[in-house]
Design a protein around this ligand. Structure first.
Ligand SMILES: C[S@@+](CC[C@H](N)C(=O)[O-])C[C@H]1O[C@@H](n2cnc3c(N)ncnc32)[C@H](O)[C@@H]1O
Length: 443
């Protein structure tokens, strides 16, 4: 069993260590510059399903939580107080302050140039990103994780008006609830499953007028903040000294969907070109295409989103061809290029989803009978992809908000070591179980 300056590991083996406790406290006992990446799925600060672990500002000593009213503690620039609307104002600011503390410790523990990937909720991730930046990280990018399983949590304005007027609405139709019996906690949030749903008609003229109006969109993406601990020296120096600072582009390429790809394709530039691709001289032969696939994009899809995208886009072909450019234009140094010829096109075909990594669900990752599921589990394929993108081979990943241990399992499956922290007792057995059976889930 591992101990770190008085913090006892809940579980440890050669590659995985799990700590039970508050991540800020536990991270304080980890050595400086000791992990290669931080890949994490923290609370979004939305008090998800009423869970206290998703409302960290309630524990934050810096912020006083008040339900409603004005907030004078961090006024607008003209000195006027902010008005608090539920999650706005103080709660959101408290979330930011708390995450600055989290990111400050993560920064210290990361090696120079190490990357941090952190999921955020669409309503609060601006605070997450500011917290990360204020801790000293460089924000490098944002990845959009797009999924098709979201369930809109919208207020029916027409119903709210009738309720306010104290008027009963007439039930005009009863239909089966399409979510009945199969909606995951994630999709349904805190609504209890119903067998059927009543369709009601507006009872008052005002409700009639506002029929069809709501307050929320269907959630279909979550942003992932991509940040990096400042480098020491140049990228080349940092990579050579610490093994961190770069993204694993080739390891994360998006595989071609259709078989007929001509990898021998080459690009030639005319001898008249003075500016060229990849530093090649005019007349040099430049290989443009990588057998492993397309360059990883900052958009990732789930299967439902990919299918919908392909349905809408139809099949398109990335045609192989030759393009002769006129002088000037394309690659500007102010003077433009002289006339040149280049081959282009990946020579494959498919729907528009082929430009993005698609995280496919694996049957074996579904909870087994008797499993206590975590309400916000992330897909394993997605976490594996993210781990691989930012971690050098054989490196160590830190996940301060382990939940059911998806990041832990993903890290192990990709051959990394992992340090996980989780505060809530009930999730610890899920993490240990994943560590013990991850081998079964290789796919
Ligand atoms: C969004 S969930 C992570 C879910 C995880 N990605 C999965 O797939 O199961 C966030 C987790 O962080 C934990 N947590 C919240 N605050 C924490 C803290 N201060 N220290 C450690 N863990 C914390 C919560 O108990 C929760 O399980």
């Amino acid at each position: 069993m591992r101990w770190l300056r008085g913090v006892k590991a809940h579980y440890s083996d050669e590659r995985a260590t799990v700590y039970h406790g508050d991540c800020i406290e536990v991270m304080r006992s980890l050595p400086d510059n000791s992990v290669d990446s931080v890949v994490t799925d923290p609370p979004y600060g939305l008090e998800f399903m009423g869970k206290d672990w998703d409302a960290p500002w309630k524990r934050s000593g810096d912020v006083e939580w008040v339900e409603e009213g004005t907030d004078a503690s961090h006024p607008f620039r003209d000195g006027s107080a902010r008005i608090r609307f539920g999650l706005g104002g103080e709660a959101s600011y408290g979330f930011q302050l708390w995450f600055t503390d989290v990111a400050t410790e993560a920064l210290r523990v990361l090696k120079p140039g190490g990357h941090l990937l952190a999921f955020g909720g669409t309503r609060t991730w601006h605070r997450l990103a500011v917290g990360i930046e204020d801790a000293g990280f460089e924000i490098r990018d944002s990845i959009a994780w797009q999924y098709g399983s979201g369930f809109p949590k919208s207020l029916d304005v027409s119903k709210a008006i009738d309720k306010r007027q104290g008027v009963e609405r007439e039930v005009v139709e009863t239909i089966p609830d399409r979510w009945a019996g199969k909606g995951s906690v994630l999709q349904r949030s805190n609504q209890s499953p119903a067998e059927s749903v009543n369709i009601t008609a507006p009872a008052t003229p005002e409700a009639q007028q506002w029929s069809g109006w709501g307050t929320a969109l269907k959630p279909a993406h979550e942003p992932i903040v991509v940040a990096r601990k400042p480098l020491i020296g140049t990228v080349a120096e940092n990579v050579l000294t610490h093994g961190t600072g770069a993204l694993n582009i080739d390891g994360s390429r998006i595989g071609y969907q259709s078989g007929e790809v001509d990898f021998t394709k080459e690009q030639k530039q005319s001898t008249t070109a003075t500016v060229n691709f990849g530093g090649a001289k005019p007349g040099d032969v430049v290989q443009m295409f990588k057998p492993a696939g397309r360059w990883p994009a900052n958009v990732i899809l789930d299967e439902a989103m990919a299918a919908e995208l392909d349905r809408q886009s139809g099949v398109s072909v990335s045609v192989k061809g030759t393009l002769t450019s006129k002088p000037g234009g394309v690659y500007g140094n102010g003077k433009g290029l002289p006339s040149h010829t280049a081959e282009y096109g990946h020579n494959d075909s498919g729907g528009a989803s082929r430009f993005f990594y698609v995280a496919k669900a694996n049957k074996s990752e579904r909870p087994r009978d008797g499993d206590t599921a975590h309400p916000t589990v992330k897909p394993l394929a997605l976490m594996r992809y993210l781990c691989k993108l930012v971690t050098p081979p054989g490196g160590t990943i830190l996940e301060p908000f382990a939940g059911s241990g998806t990041t832990v399992q993903a890290a192990l499956m990709e051959g990394f070591n992992v340090i996980a922290i989780e505060m809530t007792d009930e999730y610890l057995p899920l993490i240990v179980e994943r560590i013990e059976r991850y081998g079964e889930m290789l796919f």
